[in-house]
Design a protein around this ligand. Structure first.
Ligand SMILES: Cc1cc2nc3c(=O)[nH]c(=O)nc-3n(C[C@H](O)[C@H](O)[C@H](O)COP(=O)(O)OP(=O)(O)OC[C@H]3O[C@@H](n4cnc5c(N)ncnc54)[C@H](O)[C@@H]3O)c2cc1C
Length: 331
């Protein structure tokens, strides 16, 4: 691992609605800002159709996040594509952020790393990740055109993915983990009469097998009165088990709820001085792009004021000034 780079004013972990907005606000205050993220866009990349982001009647998640990133970059935010594995407070009060490849240091820290898909935790899942096991129907579905596939999960997530995948696959098994689906559910109604769709209600995946890629998914009924087991011959398995906050690497640094979400106040402050948080990774109950963006801007202004205070300078309350940039942000 290389030695830390120069000290940044602020490091933002995560580059989606929350992190990109935070980066924009910090960069506009001329704070040196580094965004470290596994991707640009986060969960919004999983949908082609956002209809409730103000200012856009309809926009794909990819396009919206691209605009966010361009705007933050235009004001000078820097980006590194990597996974953060460790965060700690140094003796001088600054923060060390270790990724798989580097270590970085900053005065303040914004945690905006959202939520990631929940695993199935069955044999074969790790081995076949990216080789038949996918967590994103919109991203990977088109790879399985006219092929037999399965989707497993519960609730609206799995039904939404199934509607999309049923238009692509030759055969789609919907392995539904719950014991019943409401007959009135609109998504279920769209699926139940499709010839290529077979529902396996109240089943769980037991294991995933294959050679180079997936070819068999073993499932078992959850019902005591139905001891049925089956082997589905499929080329791919989509996992739609909802999303979880993977906050292990900040446990001990900031206080978490019992669901592992980061506890923040209304200004984005966490239990650790100098560490701020925003978006789906926090304990805010509403998980939406516009809410994450709003929280990102609050966390950024709080972080900026924390840095200013350390330097004995004046705090800000808003971001109204006109800032000249070389490349104008996109309209
Ligand atoms: C299918 C689907 C459809 C949706 N539709 C809508 C909609 O129509 N309207 C709406 O408002 N909301 C919608 N949402 C919700 C919205 O996408 C989220 O609320 C929003 O993306 C949350 O943004 P975030 O920045 O908090 O986190 P996330 O989007 O979860 O992004 C987290 C970022 O952190 C990065 N990251 C995670 N861990 C690490 C790590 N250890 N190291 C480095 N980087 C890391 C990720 O790569 C990602 O870039 C939808 C969500 C899904 C899944």
């Amino acid at each position: 691992m290389e030695l830390p780079q120069d000290n940044y004013d602020c490091i933002v972990i995560g580059a989606a609605s929350a992190g990109l907005t935070a980066a924009l606000y910090l960069a506009r205050q001329a704070a040196s800002t580094l965004v470290i993220s596994k991707d640009i866009g986060g969960q919004a990349l999983l949908t082609d159709d956002i209809e409730n982001y103000p200012g856009f009647a309809q926009i794909s998640g990819f396009e919206l996040m691209n605009k966010f990133q361009q705007q933050a970059a235009a004001y000078g935010a820097e980006f590194v594509y990597d996974e953060v594995t460790e965060v700690s407070k140094l003796q001088n009060g600054n923060f060390s952020v270790k990724t798989r490849n580097q270590e970085y240091v900053s005065t303040a820290l914004i945690l905006a790393f959202g939520k990631t898909p929940r695993n199935l935790d069955v044999p074969g899942e790790e081995a076949f990740k990216g080789r038949g096991v996918s967590y994103c129907a919109v991203c990977d579905g088109p790879l399985y055109k006219k092929q037999p596939i399965a989707v497993v999960g519960i609730g609206e997530h799995v039904l939404q993915a199934a509607v999309y995948l049923s238009g692509i696959a030759s055969k789609l098994y919907v392995v539904y983990k719950g014991s019943r689906i409401s007959q009135d559910d609109e998504l279920y109604q769209q699926l139940r009469d499709k010839e290529n769709v077979e529902f396996l209600i109240n089943y769980s995946v037991e294991k995933i097998e294959g050679e180079m890629t997936v070819n068999t998914v073993s499932i078992k009924s959850n019902a005591k009165e139905n001891p049925d087991s089956r082997e589905l011959k499929v080329e791919g398995l989509f996992v739609e088990m909802g999303y979880v906050a993977r906050t292990d690497f900040v446990k001990g640094l900031v206080e978490l709820t019992k669901n592992n979400e980061i506890i923040t106040d209304k200004l984005g402050l966490t239990s650790q001085e100098g560490v701020f948080a925003a978006g789906d990774v926090t304990d805010i109950p509403f998980k939406q792009a516009v809410i994450s963006a709003g929280q990102g801007s609050s966390a950024a202004l709080s972080a900026y004021n924390y840095i200013q205070k350390k330097l004995g300078k004046t705090a800000v309350r808003s971001d109204w000034k006109s800032v000249k940039v070389e490349a104008k942000p996109p309209q």
